[in-house]
Write a protein that binds this ligand. Structure first.
Ligand SMILES: [Zn+2]
Ligand SMILES: [Zn+2]
Length: 283
């Protein structure tokens, strides 16, 4: 069984206010656990803090894989205060494709250097530059198989698909992408990630905006929630979770959006901080 925990689901910047309690204000960070105890994290936004107790328990016996979709700050800013990275007995592998000639090591070294932060990671670290697409060589972590593709976003971004072959569980995480500005090749890559070799059980996708505001947000690098419905429907994915909510979208706006979303796709919802999803048969 694969378990996904959405530590943070906010885009652009974290927010904290009583009007944002239901969906949460922490930025993107996602934990995926397989049935054998292997853990991987996608992105290190402030939602890492929510995931910290589950990850800290892993310690030296269970190396963590941290994947990055891209290096915009809302996806990194939880790292400098993520306590396990300052423990010498902790093992972590950071992995991502190179983006605009920056490797994951370049990005994290810069983030953790003065004048931005005074303390260096003490955990045992490895850096792994992934190819632009995995070709026939998916990455493996525990019983999880990981594939990815580039998506349309300013400075580049990648979507990841995680499969657990033993249970048939599969999920695609596709944040920070502008579907309407994507060309045919970019659309084809994401659709094929979602539907090959079989339609994923769940798609978690950027739907920061509403199509009524499309003209205002053209070129901003994000999708409308209606685009996420289109991608899920086209790829035959039965369950959709829309994420990367704008910092301006308070609980009232998001509750109304979720009702509208459910009217067009019954198996769809908006992501909220701390949301847990279990997919695949129990081992
Ligand atoms: Zn973002
Ligand atoms: Zn971004």
């Amino acid at each position: 069984m694969m378990r996904i925990v959405l530590g943070g689901v906010r885009g652009t910047s974290p927010v904290s206010h009583s009007d944002f309690m239901r969906y949460g204000g922490a930025t993107t960070s996602v934990l995926v656990e397989d049935g054998t105890g292997a853990r991987l994290v996608i992105d290190g936004g402030t939602g890492l803090r929510t995931l910290q107790p589950r990850l800290a328990a892993a310690g030296e016996n269970s190396p963590i894989l941290m994947l990055f979709t891209h290096y915009h700050l809302d996806h990194l800013i939880g790292l400098p205060s993520f306590a396990p990275l300052f423990k010498a007995d902790w093992h972590v592998t950071f992995a991502a494709p190179e983006r605009e000639n920056f490797t994951v090591e370049d990005a994290l070294t810069r983030l953790m250097d003065k004048p931005f932060w005074p303390a260096a990671f003490r955990a045992r670290q490895r850096f792994h530059v992934l190819p632009e697409t995995p070709g026939k060589m998916p990455l493996r972590h525990g019983s999880l198989m990981i594939r990815w593709c580039p998506v349309h976003h300013r400075n580049g971004c990648h979507a990841y698909r995680i499969d657990e072959p033993g249970t048939g569980a599969s999920a695609v995480f596709a944040t920070d992408l502008e579907w309407r500005a994507s060309d045919d090749a970019e659309r084809g890559l994401l659709l094929s990630l979602c539907r090959d070799p079989n339609p994923a059980d769940v798609l978690i996708m950027d739907g920061q905006y509403d199509a009524r505001d499309a003209a205002r947000f053209t070129g901003w690098g994000h999708s409308m929630w209606q685009d996420a419905v289109q991608v899920a429907t086209s790829a035959g994915v039965g369950r959709l979770i829309v994420t990367h909510h704008a910092p301006e979208s308070d609980d009232g706006i998001l509750e109304r959006r979720e009702q509208e979303l459910r009217r067009v796709m019954a198996q769809a919802c908006l992501a909220y901080g701390g949301m847990e999803i279990e997919i695949g048969k129990k081992a």
